[in-house]
Design a protein around this ligand. Structure first.
Ligand code: BV8
Ligand code: ZN
Length: 252
């Protein structure tokens, strides 16, 4: 049952901020960030593998992990949650979409101007000179998970290519983070979908929106959030909960 004040807030919102984490892509078959270390990768801690040090120490291991994840994305399709977010843009005056995800499923569902706080699997760059390769990478050589893969080399300086993601200990792209914080300060409703909210500074986005007076709704399988006033939890799968929320608010 969706609370009536939430439906009203969504109907009356001039500016909605949608903030997504790995849970929005789970029903597309993409392992969530925590689950991305199941199977062959479970012996690794993401905070250890998703770092520049890990790449320096063992580039083939880290590149292999990201190529496995990129392969998952290339084989995946956007799910009803991605589609509902793209459709929401037709119902509200202003929609800002901020994601922590490094996949392109929001874009493939039709969302435009997606703000990627943590970069993208699809924009590798040279670890030495930061140049991006001319043409996009093809299919990964070895789709199975758990394969070490030597990273390709930069055609300009011969350095190793690295994934175009933000690793732990690395700064977030300033423009993206500022755009996300600006939207948090101004939005009327923030919908946080499929994130454990443990990684900063990204996790500050919903906190800033709530402090600025926005209505906050979490969509998650787990009970997340602070159960404060103006804060709601729709517990369940994003591909079900989000379409249901938008139907309740905007179906004529
Ligand atoms: C920074 C890209 C400093 C890469 C990611 C000690 C040393 C160094 C830094 C720190 C430190 N202690 C703290 C820090 C800061 C650190 C941090 O926050 N660490 C955490 C672990 C405490 N942050 C950083 O390092 C950041 N940089 O601070 O720089 C600095 C400052 C100044 C100058 C220079 C440097 C950079 C952090 C970015 C790391 N990169 N991703 C990659 O993808 O490999 S983080 C990654 O994990 C995600 O992007 C996301 O942000 C985060 C959490 O993932 P989620 O998306 O939330 O997914 P998760 O699996 O956790 O949860 C899924 C959720 O979905 C669950 O709640 C689940 O219940 C739900 N769910 C599942 N299925 C569904 C569902 N919900 C609905 N429907 C479903 N079907
Ligand atoms: Zn280079």
């Amino acid at each position: 049952m969706i609370p009536a004040p939430l439906i009203t807030a969504l109907r009356e919102a001039r500016h909605v901020l949608v903030f997504t984490g790995a849970g929005v892509s789970a029903e597309s078959g993409i392992a969530t960030f925590r689950d991305a270390l199941t199977g062959l990768w479970e012996r690794f801690d993401p905070a250890a593998l998703a770092t520049a040090d890990a790449f320096r120490r063992d580039p083939a291991l880290v590149w292999g992990w990201y190529e496995w994840r990129r392969m998952q994305v290339l084989q995946a399709q956007p799910n009803p949650a991605h589609q509902a977010i793209a459709a929401l843009a037709q119902h509200v005056a202003k929609l800002t979409l901020v994601t922590q995800n490094v996949d392109d499923l929001h874009e493939r569902a039709g969302s435009r101007e997606v703000i990627h706080l943590h970069g993208s699997l699809h924009q590798p760059r040279c670890f030495a000179c930061a140049r991006t390769p001319g043409e996009p990478l093809g299919m990964p050589d070895e789709p199975e998970g758990g394969r070490r893969l030597e990273p390709p080399h930069c055609l300009h300086c011969g350095g190793k290519l690295r994934p175009g993601v933000v690793w732990f200990g690395e700064s977030l792209p300033t423009q993206a983070l500022n755009a996300a914080f600006d939207a948090a300060a101004e939005c009327d409703v923030l919908i946080s979908i499929g994130t454990s909210g443990v990684v900063y500074p990204a996790a500050e986005v919903p906190e800033r929106a709530w402090r600025a007076g926005a209505v906050l709704v979490h969509i998650n399988l787990q009970p997340v959030g602070n159960h404060a006033e103006r804060e709601y939890l729709l517990r369940g799968a994003a591909a079900e909960q989000l379409p249901a929320l938008l139907h309740a608010a905007f179906a004529d």
